[in-house]
Design a protein around this ligand. Sequence first.
Ligand SMILES: C[S@@+](CC[C@H](N)C(=O)[O-])C[C@H]1O[C@@H](n2cnc3c(N)ncnc32)[C@H](O)[C@@H]1O
Length: 255
Amino acid sequence: MIALEDVTSRLAAAGFVAAHDEAEELLDCAAGDGAVLASMLERRLRGEPLAWITGFTSFCGVRVRLDPGVYVPRWQSEPLARRAALRLPPKGSAVDLCTGSGAIAMVVQTERPNARVVATDLDEVAVNCAASNGVKVYCGDLFAPLPSGLEGRVDVVVGVVPYVPTKSMSLLPRDTFVFESTLAYDGGDDGAEILRRVIRESTLFLRAGGALILELGGDEAEILQSDLLTRGFTDVNLMVDDDGDVRGLDATFDA
Ligand SMILES: C[S@@+](CC[C@H](N)C(=O)[O-])C[C@H]1O[C@@H](n2cnc3c(N)ncnc32)[C@H](O)[C@@H]1O
């Protein structure tokens, strides 16, 4: 069995900044099996996401099961999930679009246990993963697979949908390309193609006064201003991170 210090130094030598923490996680997960630990370490050294190897990650303090191939939720999306929970009445309804592992839906449901929280994703592997996390999830394109009974009744639509401009995809970290699907990232020419569709299609499901909460980047909030106004959204608040970068928006549907 490789010792903690050896795992740490191999990870550190390969440039992993949180080498010690990761080594501890791998050892925990291997539960004393030397062969399992060696294989996990090799996978990590090849750049595979840690959460795919251990099978779990933490998001807003919630333990999320992760299957290989499923987008690993980022801590940068945590404020979005919390905002969605805040805007959801205790017995309201929420939709988490492009749910991946279901992490955002899980946080919202944890914060609002009596609410109805449903989710969708196009990727069957993600759908199965979200279902294994206890999320009520439908497989299909954006709103298409949702029950029609939700039309006009949803209090919150939240989503970390793909929003990387196609031409910027090559700037993503190397491991993103090698291991993750472009389906999770590619937002079309200006990055806002799917966001625009979400704005348009959400008006069928949101109730008057309901909230649309979306992660985005770059100048996408500006690009989307006119779409939001045209579709009846008011009170558009931008969510800004500690570096002053716009990371999301929260808008109210006025019908
Ligand atoms: C960036 S990931 C976000 C996952 C999750 N919300 C999170 O934050 O961990 C985007 C997800 O959108 C899904 N996706 C891409 N296009 C979609 C579409 N048109 N309809 C539904 N899901 C889609 C991908 O399969 C992927 O799981």
